[in-house]
Design a protein around this ligand. Structure first.
Ligand SMILES: NC(=O)C1=CN([C@@H]2O[C@H](COP(=O)(O)OP(=O)(O)OC[C@H]3O[C@@H](n4cnc5c(N)ncnc54)[C@H](O)[C@@H]3O)[C@@H](O)[C@H]2O)C=CC1
Ligand SMILES: O=C(O)[C@@H]1CCC=N1
Length: 271
């Protein structure tokens, strides 16, 4: 790819995408720029770690960029756009990773006919394993989607959804890695209570999750069969799963996803 890309916001999501992009080598590192609100050390770290460039001449870099990635928190969107919207033009493609925030709200802020693609990646982009959903805003043509897909393939897998599905997507795959990390933390505590040493527990749990990930990737069996294959009648797994059922595991997951989805809707309404 020969586009020039600028990230507005230099936090964990910007870094995850930059890491995936630079690892894939599909875009010259020198064509990737990043800026943020105030933290100079953070920009220097990104520059030194990934060989990309921090924005020195804001007017020139932003107006010359082909792709502008909005990667600030939703609450900072208006403030961030107020200082750059005069540099945005219709030949550019805007990618927004902002949770909850509609392309309509961003268009209203920019007040120009620019193509905006809403993107929901997750932090596994850091290792090229993001589950990313993308959706079209008003002025987006197919060739914009092709560019976005090509770019986002460098950080993992992509799917295209209607924009109204983005709240649900956020509650599943955007926030999803945190649910799994929380599960790992809970298993680590339980393993120690069960008498294992911490480093042994960590090794076993990490490899268990990696093994499950690979099985999900490679096996043609449906998930419930993979689960049933482990569950001997009256065995240990059945006893463990029964305890999960008794303590409302499914309800907890349903409420977890629903709460995240509602929060995404609220973030959109807070603009
Ligand atoms: N962290 C995650 O797992 C995911 C985050 N997102 C979305 O990505 C966005 C960024 O999230 P994080 O990277 O976690 O946040 P963060 O807090 O780590 O980074 C936010 C960045 O925005 C910058 N910023 C704030 N105001 C600014 C302004 N006026 N102009 C320029 N830059 C400004 C900050 O300096 C900081 O570099 C959010 O909108 C979030 O909803 C989306 C998917 C997953
Ligand atoms: O918690 C958040 O708001 C962001 C969006 C998806 C993951 N993290």
């Amino acid at each position: 790819m020969d586009q020039k890309i600028v990230f507005i916001g230099a936090g964990s999501m910007a870094e995850a995408i930059i890491a995936g992009l630079t690892k894939s080598d599909s875009l010259a590192h020198q064509r990737i720029f990043v800026t943020n609100k105030s933290n100079q050390d953070r920009l220097t770290y990104l520059e030194e770690t990934y060989g990309i460039k921090q924005v020195n001449d804001k007017d020139k870099i932003i107006s010359e960029s082909d792709i502008v990635v909005l990667a600030m928190k939703p609450k900072d969107m208006k403030d961030a756009l107020s200082s750059i919207k005069s540099l945005i033009h219709s030949k550019q493609l805007i990618l927004s990773v902002l949770a909850g925030t509609s392309t309509k709200a961003i268009l209203k802020e920019i007040n120009k006919k620019v193509p905006i693609i809403r993107v929901m990646p997750n932090t596994s982009a850091l290792i090229g394993e993001s589950a990313t959903a993308i959706s079209k805003g008003k002025y987006v043509e197919e060739y914009h989607m092709t560019i976005a897909n090509k770019l986002l393939h460098t950080i993992g897998k992509t799917v295209t959804v209607e924009e109204d599905k983005m709240h649900a997507v956020t509650s599943i795959s955007g926030s999803g890695p945190a649910y799994i990390y929380y599960l790992v933390e809970a298993m680590q505590k339980a393993a120690i209570d069960a008498g294992l040493e911490q480093d042994i527990a960590e090794q076993l749990i990490k490899q268990t999750i990696i093994g499950v990930g690979e099985m999900l990737r490679t096996s043609s069996e449906p998930v419930h069969i993979l689960r049933e294959n482990i569950t001997s009648p009256e065995g240990t797994t059945e006893a463990g799963l029964n305890a999960l059922k008794k303590h409302g595991f499914e309800k907890a997951i349903t409420e977890c996803v629903e709460s995240a989805r509602k929060r995404s809707l609220e973030l959109g309404e807070e603009e």
